[in-house]
Ligand binder design. Structure first.
Ligand code: MG
Length: 334
């Protein structure tokens, strides 16, 4: 029976009972609860004894203390049994349940939770979001000529506004936010190009990606009717985790990712202390449930081998030779 430093167990020399005396930190309310529980066990046990005697049970009470039938009677052995029963009951509780005996439930008022204004629609940016693209300009973006795993050369963005969003030209590099981020909630909408020939299949069909902190790719692909390796289809953490299900819409139709990302924390050795964690909701459907990213995106290869410490990083939109279009991009730093 564990009570930590808050209690003292005193055993009576005469009757060897165990009683619990709690220190001054215990409140009267909690003490009353405990006394009530002990009393309830006592009464319950006594009633069982009386019922046993009434029904002719072979119970063998202490002869020296035998009381008239019908009178509530508790001998020492019975009381010790009651204490043991209470102890067993208490020990069977979870630590959290046990803690309820010793801890006041507090109603925490301050500081008040920050009030923000949500968007009119859930896809609209709330008042505390950073709008990265709303169809008006590309001011939040620059371009990088190298993909994940390489340093890349930054240059002004050459993506264009087309088909209701922003999309790369054939000569563009990947788009990259000028800002860098750590932990965040990202909303992003995208559509793969419509009208591709049926001969364009697999990873060639609408391939792009959301590359987080310049290291970790969430795959974008036309996965409506385009079989490819499961850990490389839309909604996958590329080469690491296939999506739980495939809720893809057809090519040319706007689709949505809600990405909740917790950046890695690093040991002094440069490996993960806690790995990056990611949750992805794809077209309103959970497809990645707080999975631990194993390392930077690499194909082929073992991501754990190329982990190296990094700080906050940009959001990249991959240029993979397809005019995949993006719109309504906003982010909330966490
Ligand atoms: Mg990709």
């Amino acid at each position: 029976m564990r009570y930590g430093n808050r209690s003292l167990i005193i055993q009576s020399k005469t009757y060897k009972y165990s009683f619990i005396i709690f220190n001054s930190l215990i409140t009267m309310k909690q003490l009353i609860i405990l006394i009530f529980l002990l009393f309830a066990f006592t009464v319950s046990n006594a009633q069982k004894v009386l019922q046993s005697e009434t029904s002719g049970s072979k119970s063998t009470p202490n002869v020296q203390q035998k009381a008239p039938q019908g009178q509530m009677r508790i001998n020492f052995a019975e009381q010790e049994a009651i204490i043991k029963k209470f102890t067993r009951s208490f020990d069977s509780l979870t630590p959290m349940q046990q803690n309820m005996f010793f801890t006041n439930v507090k109603h925490i008022m301050d500081p008040e939770v920050t009030k923000i204004e949500p968007g009119i629609m859930d896809s609209d940016p709330p008042s505390d979001a950073i709008v990265l693209f709303n169809g008006k300009d590309l001011n939040e973006w620059e371009e990088i000529t190298w993909g994940p795993g390489g340093p890349g050369e930054k240059k002004p963005i050459t993506w264009i506004m087309k088909d209701g969003g922003m999309q790369p030209t054939s000569s563009s590099g990947s788009a990259q936010t000028k800002r860098v981020f750590r932990d965040f909630q990202l909303h992003i909408e995208w559509k793969t190009p419509a009208g591709l020939p049926a001969t364009v299949t697999g990873q060639d069909r609408g391939n792009s990606g959301v590359i987080i902190q310049g290291n970790y790719e969430v795959q974008i692909l036309d996965s409506y009717d385009n079989r490819t390796y499961r850990n490389g289809q839309a909604g996958a953490v590329y080469m690491q985790y296939a999506p739980l299900v495939n809720p893809s819409r057809k090519e040319g139709v706007w689709q949505t990712y809600e990405i909740i990302y917790t950046a890695p924390r690093f040991k002094d050795s440069g490996t993960y202390f806690t790995p990056p964690k990611i949750t992805i909701i794809y077209n309103g459907v959970l497809v990645q449930n707080n999975v631990a990213i194993q390392g930077p995106t690499v194909s082929p290869g073992i991501p754990q081998y190329i982990i190296k410490e990094h700080g906050d990083g940009p959001i990249q939109l991959q240029q993979h030779g397809n005019p995949t279009t993006f719109r309504n991009i906003w982010i909330r730093e966490l």
